[in-house]
Structure formats: C-alpha cells, structure tokens
Design a protein around this ligand. Sequence first.
Ligand SMILES: Nc1ncnc2c1ncn2[C@@H]1O[C@H](COP(=O)(O)OP(=O)(O)OC[C@H]2O[C@@H]([n+]3cccc(C(=O)O)c3)[C@H](O)[C@@H]2O)[C@@H](O)[C@H]1O
Ligand SMILES: Nc1ncnc2c1ncn2[C@@H]1O[C@H](COP(=O)(O)OP(=O)(O)OP(=O)(O)O)[C@@H](O)[C@H]1O
Ligand SMILES: [Mg+2]
Length: 254
Amino acid sequence: MRKLDYHEAIKKLVSFIREKTEKTGTNGVVIGISGGIDSATTAYLAAKALGREKVLGLIMPYYNNQDVDDARLVCSSLGIECREINIKPIVDTMVSQLGFQPDKKSLGNIMSRTRMVILYAHANAMNRLVLGTGNRSEFLTGYFTKWGDGASDYAPLINLYKTEVWEIAKLLGVPKRIIEKKPTAGLWEGQTDEDELGISYRLLDEILWRLVDLKMEKERIAEELGISIERVQYVEALVKRSEHKRRLPPGPEF
Ligand SMILES: Nc1ncnc2c1ncn2[C@@H]1O[C@H](COP(=O)(O)OP(=O)(O)OC[C@H]2O[C@@H]([n+]3cccc(C(=O)O)c3)[C@H](O)[C@@H]2O)[C@@H](O)[C@H]1O
Ligand SMILES: Nc1ncnc2c1ncn2[C@@H]1O[C@H](COP(=O)(O)OP(=O)(O)OP(=O)(O)O)[C@@H](O)[C@H]1O
Ligand SMILES: [Mg+2]
C-alpha cells in the first residue's frame, strides 16, 4: 500500500471540510451516525474543522441493537448534537405499500435510501451540507447503495482506503471499540462487509491499490501478493460491474 503521512492527511481533510462549508455559505453539516468507523471518523473530522455546534449527527436505526449505543458514544464523546429518528415505521410503511415483499438486500437499500431522504430534509431545512462517509474501498467495489449512502454533497474519506481510515481514526481519538468492531452495513442481522464482499479489507486494499491506482498487470499483482490470479480477477470484476455507481446517469449524446 502507499505510505500516507496520516497527520498531513488529517490536515488536508479538515481544511477540505472547512473550505467547502465556507465557500458554499452553509451553516454546517449533517452526518448519519451509525456507530461504525466511517461515520465516526467523518464526524470527528467535521467537529475539528467546524467546531461541534456546526455538526449535527442523525442516528437512524432500523434495528435496536449495540450499534445505537455505539452511535450515541460517538455523539457524547465528541459533544455534538445528535438526534435519533427510528426509521423502522417509515421503512415498514413504505414496504407495506409496495405490493410485494422485497428480499433482504432490496430492503436494506430502502433503509439506506430512507436515511438519505432524512439527511437531506435536515440539510434543506438548516442550510447545511450532507457529508457522506464512503471510503475508496467501498467506492471502487460499489459496496454502497446507489443514491442511498452513496449520495451526499461532499465525501471527505472517498479517496482513502478503509485500511487508511482505520489509521486516521486512531489518530483522531475515535473510541477504540468503534475502531475495533467489524465493519457492517447493518442492513440485516449478522451482516459484515468482509463476508458479503468475500474478501478482507486488508487484501482488498492491497489489490485495489495496485490494480486501479498503479494500473499493474494482474499476473504481477498475484505474484507480489502471493495470491491466485482468480482473486485479482474477482476484485477486477467488482470494480467493473459497479462502474455505473460512480457516475451521474448518462443519456445519448447530441
Ligand atoms: N450496469 C448498470 N448500469 C446502470 N445501472 C445499473 C446497472 N446495473 C445495475 N444498475 C442499477 O443499480 C441498481 C443496483 O444498485 P443498488 O441499488 O445500489 O443495489 P446493490 O448494489 O445490489 O446492493 C447494494 C450493496 O451495497 C451494500 N451496502 C449498502 C449500503 C451500505 C453499505 C455499507 O457498507 O454500509 C453497503 C449492500 O449490502 C449491498 O451489497 C439496480 O437495481 C439498477 O437500478
Ligand atoms: N443506523 C444508522 N444511523 C445513521 N446513519 C447510518 C445508520 N446506518 C448507516 N448509516 C449511514 O450510512 C453510512 C454507511 O454505512 P457504513 O457501514 O459503510 O459506514 P460506518 O457504519 O460508518 O462504518 P463501517 O463500514 O465500519 O460499519 C454510515 O457511515 C452512516 O452515515
Ligand atoms: Mg456500518
């Protein structure tokens, strides 16, 4: 992996958030706080950049589990205002009107898009920006809901791999239990990113870095990392099949 100077990276992230908020003439930012590391890190950076009064956290559980306590911990340790909105009644009502029962992934996407609607309702009403929490590992593999958690005004972590977010979170003082927990989208009980993606973030990031950033030959990546070529091809396929999630909807050229 590339060797980033994480102290410098934090400075860059903080000035990015400050500059975007100032230049857009907005009053601050709104962030969905899940209890996971990406949203915690984004909130820590935003509080550093803008001061805690200008950061609103929205805790929007569907399930009532440990993640809610972890999300509260982020808010209390940072001293930012957090509001809790239970999305279960909203999602369940929506589903009851669909006329069919969505499978667990489609239901998860409805949860993610419901959170997006609520974040933008607050951003509109308060003249604030929605800060996204996506990282480069998720972005390149398409591991996010299109127009759900993938939707935001600015996404400070989007050019940082998950393994780099872990390092930055440590330096920022994000609570240890949040750094150490398994990444999960939390869309169904027992879901973990690494199980669903079929690969660990450590290996994924090593492959993505060589494949996408260094544009290295697949054979060489396999050799360097001591893995099979199929593993590299698998990651390449994740990147290719999610290309549509990394652009605005196109139409024919005229
Ligand atoms: N080739 C193509 N060109 C243009 N559009 C294309 C397309 N293929 C699908 N589509 C469209 O994209 C839709 C599928 O994309 P999408 O709706 O996103 O759904 P999909 O990618 O199937 O599912 C989202 C994935 O992201 C994961 N996720 C979601 C939310 C948060 C997190 C997290 O880490 O916290 C992870 C979730 O667990 C799941 O694996 C299709 O229904 C279709 O509308
Ligand atoms: N229950 C929730 N309440 C508020 N926001 C949520 C909730 N669940 C998900 N989100 C939003 O969706 C984003 C995407 O989730 P994702 O799981 O990728 O990030 P994370 O939970 O912050 O970190 P990790 O990937 O390590 O679990 C979150 O960062 C958060 O902004
Ligand atoms: Mg999560």
